[in-house]
Design a binder for this molecule. Structure first.
Ligand code: NCD
Length: 309
């Protein structure tokens, strides 16, 4: 039995198989409509979520399975003081697979240690968000044809943005990937990403503050929201929140085939006038999130020996 804590828990080959499966699900949804009949997914969300929780639930329903769970810490026994580990051990008796989101870094790992069912990290604090990364990889590969030979600009809150940390970790395994890290000084990527991930693996990257400067060279622009809930001080958040606003004007500086991605929710960082630009791929990306989560649920249940197909 395997869990998914980080995108690196999957080898490149396993990841390729997973993305191929997601593409097949997209093309032939009927083929998969009953593969999880009788199976249950538990969604254990200690932190707010729209897309991640609902796309997990939609994924399991699309596979013929059913879902149970909670959508805030207040509505679970965490409010009575129960540990994540005990909660997950118990949920293992009720469901076949679980997705957990928690504000604390490492909480999903702790939850997986006593679990009798596969556990998927659906976001642990500012640390990792592997299923968003699978979504991002599927989107890039489906729309560009490959994951290598790519200059990707990551823009916004690179300090607290867990989707950014997971995506960098995942993309360094492909050939000829360059990063342009676009952030204000105070929201630069954490040192461990710069030193232990990028420099240690000799990955080319530059850090810049101006989006306009980076735009013309990018194949993908990955915009992110300033992570209000992880700031210690409201004034700092207010000062930073509108640092970047991608609009129609700025899009004129980009390559004609550059993709704009965003894990969503968007606040102000992408103006709505960009939504109609054919390069805006963030709503498609949300759709890919369902296919990839279907592929992941199927794969983890197959590895556990729960499914014969
Ligand atoms: C992201 C997250 O939760 O980290 N959202 C998501 O899962 N699609 C990004 C964010 O909240 O800014």
């Amino acid at each position: 039995m395997r869990h998914l804590m980080s995108p690196l828990d999957l080898s490149i080959e396993e990841l390729d198989d997973l993305l191929n499966l997601a593409n097949d699900i997209e093309k032939n949804p009927q083929k998969y409509a009953h593969v999880c009949d009788g199976k249950k997914l538990a969604t254990c969300f200690y932190e707010p979520s729209t897309r991640t929780r609902l796309s997990f639930e939609a994924a399991m329903l699309n596979l013929g399975g059913s879902v149970l769970g909670f959508s805030s810490a207040d509505s679970s026994s965490a409010s009575k003081g129960e540990s994540v580990s005990d909660t997950m051990r118990v949920i293992s008796c009720y469901a076949d697979i679980a997705a957990i989101r928690h504000p604390k870094e490492g909480a999903a790992l702790v939850a997986s240690q006593k679990s009798l069912i596969p556990v998927i990290n659906a976001g642990d604090g500012g640390h990792q968000h592997p299923t968003q990364t699978l979504t991002d990889l599927l989107t890039i590969r489906s729309l560009r044809g490959e994951l290598g030979n790519l200059t990707i600009g990551l823009c916004g809150d690179l300090k607290f943005g867990r989707t950014v940390h997971s995506l960098i970790n995942a993309l360094i395994r492909y050939e000829n990937v360059r990063f342009v890290l676009i952030s204000p000084e105070e929201l630069r990527v954490p040192d461990y990403i710069r030193e232990d991930v990028l420099e240690k693996n000799h990955i080319p990257y530059e850090e810049v503050e101006r989006l306009e400067y980076a735009m013309p060279n990018l194949d993908v622009l990955y915009m992110t929201r300033v992570q209000k809930e992880r700031f210690f001080n409201e004034d700092d958040y207010i000062r930073m929140k509108d640092f970047y606003i991608l609009n129609k004007e700025k899009m004129k500086l980009a390559k004609p085939d550059m993709l704009v991605l965003h894990p969503l929710p968007r606040v102000n960082e992408i103006s709505v006038d960009v939504d109609d630009d054919p390069r805006a791929a963030y709503f498609k990306q949300a759709q890919y999130g369902v296919y990839v989560r279907m592929a992941l649920i199927l794969t983890l249940l197959r590895w556990k020996g729960d499914l014969t197909c």
